[in-house]
Each structure stands twice: as structure tokens, then as C-alpha cells.
Write a protein that binds this ligand. Sequence first.
Ligand code: NDP
Ligand code: MG
Length: 382
Amino acid sequence: MKYISILGSTGSVGTQTLEVVRNNKDITVTALAAGSNIKLLEEQIREFRPNIVCVWDNEKAKELSLNVKDLNVIIVTGMDGLIECATEPKAQIVVTAIVGMIGIRPTIEAIKAGKDIALANKETLVTAGHIIMPLLKEHHVNLLPVDSEHSAIFQAINGEKGNEISRIILTASGGPFRGKKREDLLNIKVEDALKHPNWSMGQKITIDSSTLVNKGLEVIEAKWLFDVELDKIQVVVQPQSVIHSAVEFQDGGIIAQMGTPDMKLPIQYALYYPERRNLPGARVDFFELGKITFEKPDMDTFTGLKLAYQVARIGHSMPTVYNAANELAVSMFLNRKISYLQITELIEMAMNQHKIVQNPSVSEILNIETETYDFIKSILNK
Ligand code: NDP
Ligand code: MG
């Protein structure tokens, strides 16, 4: 029996993690956490019987407590509650499927408590990679990537210990606006940006995929996870989303991981690594597929990716500014407060005014997040 805790259980990755748990009969869920969706949380509690559940929203936590008072479950709230779920004593693996930088502190506490991390929350590694990576070593903890590209790379290097990576080929679908130019993006509406061609995901990452900021975050994530120089990470657009990423070695050999676009594969691989289990679902039919095509990403139109390479090169506190500016800008776009192109414009403006903090601590990272939010709000109020 494996014991896991899921932070962000009501979201896209969270619910698919629970599907994997449901399909296999040997995982016990000991903790769940979500923001405010107590209706789904209650269903999850009744099905999976965790020991402890966190609801970020205090009022909703009280309401849920009353609704499940017939059960033996502890309901907690806020950051302390999240950390309690991340460090639940029985849990061996913590699935970090929360969206945004809110995931940093629970992830750090889970590592300190010796839990393996199935990492979906890329914002944590992007902003605090310099803290997370040494901490994993110190506590002898495994970080198992859930992001499909990083899982693909992880699968490709499995068995290649000691062999140097000469290139990471990080694939991208190109998103719903592939082939468009900046002038075509002037009047993009929320509904247009939420239509991802191949993957069904939470709203924030779907917008990030359309701007290629998601790919930018993934470049930075890959740099931390696989310890490769930035110049060795090449983004290749592959609109069919069949090759999930690939690794080239010194002899020119390339190992790619392929499959249908289904997040349950990387989730299940992270939970059972290195074992591969049956996963029901569609399989790639090469004859039906016919072809796989490749393109260069258009970084002049999708400046989010170009900025991410700059950010990764600068390092230190700059990835936090990039990420925080994006988090606020995306939520403002989703609330129809700013236009689509303003998302990346605001990221660039925030980066330009930022004074670098070397190797920021967690509290410095969180301060920079607040300062970045304040900067963006101040320029929008002008
Ligand atoms: P969703 O928006 O679908 O889900 C987010 C989850 O986080 C929900 O359970 C939400 O709860 C919870 N949450 C939000 N705020 C808080 C908070 N303050 N405290 C506790 N829980 C909170 O996101 P996704 O599942 O799409 O993405 C999650 C993470 O995984 C992101 O970092 C994303 O980049 C990454 N990822 C996602 C992929 C995907 O296929 N979706 C692929 C690769 C990476 P509630 O429902 O109550 O709001
Ligand atoms: Mg991805």
C-alpha cells in the first residue's frame, strides 16, 4: 500500500490523480487540500476517506466541517492547514497540484518531512529552484515530475545514468494561436484563449499555454530538474502533442517519450516510479496519425517564451518577477480587466523595473511577489 497526500485535489491534475488512485487498488489518500470547492471535496472525502483535509477559505472550511461531521476527518484551513496536509505523517508522496506560488511553502515543508514530491506545481520550482534542489538532496527525497514534458525527459533518461545530456528537446503544441501574428492577437477574448487544441487543463495553465509563458516556465523548470545549461534546452513546436519531449545524448541518439495526450500517464508514472502499470485509455495509432510535424516557436509574436529565456539567464529573483507578474496578469485577463497582449507586456514592464535580489530566501520571494503585484496595480491605475 502507498500513502499519498494531494494538494489541489479538486483541480485538473488533482482529479486525474484521484482517477489513477481509483483505477489502482493499492493507494490510500491520507490528505486532501483545495481552495474553496467544498462540494467536490466532500464527494472526495466520502470516497477516499482521508485523515485530514484543508480548505484555504476559512468560511468554507467551517461549512465543510459541519457537512462531514458524521465522518472521522479533521478539517483545517489556511497556510498552516496546507502545511499540515503536506506533512501528514503517513503520507509517503505529496502530489503538489495547487496552482501558483502558494505551493512553495507546503512543498518545502513536505520535503523537510521526508516526503517524495510528485511535482505538478511548476511555479514552485521556477521561483524557488535554488532552494528546492539542494533541500531534496539534504533530505534524500525524490522529486518526480508530473508535468508531461518533464516526465517525458525523466522517462528518457531513466537507465542513462552517467551519460551526459547534449540536448533537451522540449516539445510544445504551439497553443490555440499557433501561426498567428501580434496584430491577429489584439482582440483575443477569454473564451478563445481557453480553447487548447490537445490538452484539457485548469484555466491558468491553459492561458499560459496560449501565450507560451507555460513553455517558458517549463524551460526554467527543466533547467532545475535536469541541471542542463540553458543553451541545451530547445523548444520545438510539435502540434500533434504525441512526442511529449526528448533527450539527445553525446552520440547523437535521441530518446523520445510518446503517447496520447493524457496527464494520467505522467501522474501514474510519478506515483509508481519506476514501475509501469496498465493505464486504460486510447493508444497512439500511427496510421491514423499519418504524420508528426515540427516548427520553430515564433518568439517575436509569443514574447513570453523569449522573456523566459532572458529570465532563466538572469536567474536569482527574476523568475519570481516573471512568474508573479504572469499570475496576476492572467487572473486579470480571466476577469476581463486587461487585454490578451497586456499579459506579456506587463511581465516585461515588471521585469524592467526590478532590482535583482541574489539567491532570494522564501520570505524574499514572497515579498517580491507582493512588490510585483503592487507595481502592476500601480501602472494599471495610472
Ligand atoms: P486547476 O486550476 O485545475 O486546479 C488548481 C487546484 O488548486 C484546485 O484544486 C484549487 O482548489 C487548488 N487551489 C487553488 N488555490 C488554492 C489555495 N490557496 N489553497 C489550496 N488549494 C488551492 O489547476 P491545474 O490542475 O490545471 O494545475 C495545477 C498545477 O499543475 C499548476 O501549477 C499547473 O501549472 C500544473 N500543471 C497542470 C497540468 C494540467 O494538465 N492541468 C499539466 C502540467 C502542470 P479549488 O478547486 O477549490 O479552487
Ligand atoms: Mg507541460
